[in-house]
Ligand binder design. Structure first.
Ligand code: CTP
Length: 419
């Protein structure tokens, strides 16, 4: 396997040029520089790779500053983990100092000391993420793979490096499921039993970190499959007992059509059977931001209203009024999962069509037609939308005619108003 060739085939030209330049400068400076983690994994798999993470055996900030100076770039950000982002002509690289981590207690953020590349790899989550390519060695370089990552990639296995991995960082439980489903891999046998053993460790993870991992799940293409698999492994119940069974049920709701639905719709499918009390508990546990919290609350509340929607398609304007207060993701979720086919149809009609209906005339147009400035304009726009929903006004001129009729009824038509 010639990793250099994989880089040439897999990286866009500008990024490859930037990596090569950084490698040359590192080599001149005598500082070892490695490509690591997800990029190495994805290049070996022939998958597109987004973020390029580089590890410096030495001081990342100093090396980044030298590279930035030589290439007229910028070092744009720093984080608590001594990560720097190097930006050169629109391309960027993340650089970090090789480190040796220890965990003060389960779930805590790691305590960090400078380390070697090998030490840095040994603290990582899975063998397939624990490989490094020494860029500073140029064409003589061999992939550093001390934990058998290439073998596990070949066999399609997600494997932890040691028995304490999930205890060190229980978000790895959620990461394991994500990689397994994304790559179509399996959990290695011992890894699966450690994962099951350490499920209670998820209690040590903060709401913010859990929510971020859930978001990463929901951003994956196979998000519903991930939820179903997480359920089978007991991960959903470990996140919150009320979520037991919810992942499998979300998956079943779309008949295994795992690629459908965006992240928030998927969230709606996940929480749709919760009681209000459990919904609030989960919003709190995951410290959900207002957007997600609205999806969760509206999904649960809408469940109580579904029976009113039988036959609702017959009056589009009433359907619109009933559903407009709810978050669209909640409505979309129920349009996939409501037990009654007629209700599903009504919800889909609203979400695909009705909610986009609005008058072609603007408030200014209405005023030109004689509607007095103020709340009457808003009220007239609503009335027009209702008429359009009922199919009573198509184009602009029909809308104008309607408005004139209404104004005349109210005795408000202004004699000189034109279209
Ligand atoms: N990592 C880890 N333990 C974690 C998080 C990250 O060991 N809890 C390591 C892994 O080696 C991972 C690297 O940090 O490859 C970068 O993390 P991240 O960007 O989250 O993952 P990627 O591998 O880049 O994967 P993705 O494609 O999902 O971004």
């Amino acid at each position: 396997m010639d990793f250099r060739k994989l880089m040439e085939a897999g990286l866009p030209e500008d990024r490859l040029a930037l990596v090569d330049m950084a490698a040359r400068i590192a080599s001149e400076e005598g500082v070892p520089l490695y490509l690591v983690g997800g990029a190495v994994r994805d290049l070996l798999l022939g998958r597109p790779t987004e973020d390029l993470d580089l590890v410096v055996e030495g001081d990342a900030e100093t090396l980044a500053a030298v590279i930035a100076k030589r290439m007229s770039g910028d070092v744009v950000s720093r984080s608590q983990f001594a990560t720097v982002k190097l930006k050169v002509r629109g391309s960027s690289l993340d650089m970090v100092t090789a480190r040796n981590e220890s965990y003060a207690r389960p779930g805590a953020l790691p305590q960090i000391a400078h380390g070697t590349m090998r030490e840095d790899l040994a603290r990582r989550d899975f063998t397939i993420n624990a490989m490094a390519y020494p860029l500073h060695l140029g064409s003589n370089a061999n992939l550093l793979d001390p934990h058998g990552g290439q073998g596990d990639l070949r066999h399609g296995l997600v494997r932890v490096l040691h028995d304490g991995s999930f205890v060190d960082d229980a978000t790895r439980i959620m990461r394991a499921v994500r990689y397994e489903q994304r790559l179509g891999f399996a959990l290695e046998e011992r890894t699966e039993s450690l994962l099951r053993r350490d499920l209670p460790m998820l209690d040590t993870i903060s709401g913010d970190r859990l929510r971020r991992e859930l978001l990463l799940w929901l951003q994956e293409e196979r998000r519903l499959k991930i939820l179903a698999r997480a359920d089978t492994l007991g991960v959903m119940a470990a996140i919150h007992p009320a979520l037991a069974g919810a992942g499998a049920s979300a998956w079943e709701a779309v008949g295994g059509g795992g690629h459908t639905s965006d992240a928030e719709v998927c969230l709606a499918l996940l929480v749709r059977s919760l009681s209000r009390t459990d919904a609030e508990a989960i919003i709190e546990r995951l410290r959900m931001l207002p957007g997600w919290a609205a999806v969760v609350r509206d999904t649960v509340d809408l469940r109580e209203r579904l029976s009113e929607l039988v036959g609702a398609s017959e009056s589009p304007s009433r359907l619109y009024e009933s559903l407009a207060p709810f978050d669209p993701a909640a409505v979309r979720g129920w349009s996939l999962a409501a037990p009654d086919a007629g209700v599903r149809e009504a919800l889909a009609l609203y979400i695909d069509k009705l909610r986009h209906v609005k008058p072609l005339l603007s408030g200014r147009d209405l005023m030109q037609l004689g509607v007095p400035q103020g709340p009457a304009v808003g009220a007239m726009l609503v009335r027009l939308r209702t008429a359009k929903l009922e199919g009573a006004a198509e184009g602009r001129s029909q809308e104008s005619d309607l408005v004139r009729d209404w104004l005349a009824e109210e005795g408000r038509i202004s004699p000189g108003a034109t279209d």
